[in-house]
Design a protein around this ligand. Structure first.
Ligand SMILES: [Ca+2]
Length: 257
């Protein structure tokens, strides 16, 4: 069937339909592999996938990655990236994030907020290792409270602090993490909106988000999209795409809001 589809389809529609033939974890693993294959790296794709997936999703992606490509995801990430960017991605891929707890530990929230401030805005340079360990090991609900508490130490919120302290792929990765901790579906809604407004590689990002989230949280992404932009995702797709590709995206989208 896949051979038949490859023969019958082409371009963005083919990429989208072939993506839908895979499970979500198989798709994510394949997208990660593609982002690192050959010379050079597609950092944008790598950051989007590694920094937005939950711990459980990453555990499954690693398992499937090894099954499909006979290699550890960690090894490929380590071979394709360097410096603190590499250290952050590896810390996330090691999936050490704590499970959310029913007990709110106010002392730890305060200590983490203070540590993030002292490792960044307060000092000369940045102690990136401290940022990496807190952001890769704490649970998401804990971090949401940490970022709130952070504002009582720092004159800048966490996102502003990241922009001031680090640059390049490391900056993009930390920003993606924080955006996802705060509201993951809004992060995807923003990515979809920016991709559709831009020229060039927009279909790659739109396809990846629609295929990878359609069975996860696309309904919530739709509602964040409408809230943020006052226009539905459905309508935006209809305006910015065309042909069979548009038809397939609208079917995935599932309805207008
Ligand atoms: Ca600093």
């Amino acid at each position: 069937m896949i051979t038949a589809l490859k023969g019958a389809l082409s371009g963005s529609l083919e990429t989208l339909i072939l993506g839908l033939m895979k499970s979500t974890a198989q798709y994510d693993a394949s997208e990660l592999k593609a982002s690192m294959k050959g010379l050079g790296t597609d950092e944008e794709s790598l950051i989007e996938i590694v920094c937005s997936r939950s711990n459980d999703e990453l555990v499954e992606i690693k398992r499937v990655y090894k099954e499909l490509f006979k290699k550890e995801l960690e090894k490929d990430v380590a071979g394709d990236t360097s410096g603190n960017f590499c250290k952050l991605l590896l810390a996330l891929v090691q999936t050490k994030r704590a499970e959310p707890s029913n007990l709110v530990d106010y002392e730890k929230i305060d200590a983490d907020a203070k540590a993030l401030y002292e490792a960044g805005v307060k000092r000369k340079g940045t102690d990136v290792a401290t940022w990496i360990s807190i952001m890769s090991e704490r649970s998401v609900p804990h971090l949401q409270k940490v970022f709130d508490r952070y504002k009582s130490y720092s004159p800048y919120d966490m996102q502003e602090s990241i922009r001031k302290e680090v640059k390049g792929d490391l900056e993009k990765s930390f920003l993606t993490l924080v955006e996802c901790f705060e509201n993951k579906q809004l992060y995807f809604a923003n990515r979809l909106s920016n991709a559709m407004k831009s020229k060039g590689a927009k279909e790659k990002v739109v396809t990846r988000i629609m295929v990878s989230r359609c069975e996860v949280d696309l309904m919530k992404i739709r509602s964040e999209f409408k809230k943020q932009y006052g226009k539905s995702l459905h309508q935006t797709i209809a305006e910015h795409t065309k042909g069979g590709y548009q038809y397939a995206l609208l079917s995935l989208c599932g309805g207008d809001d």
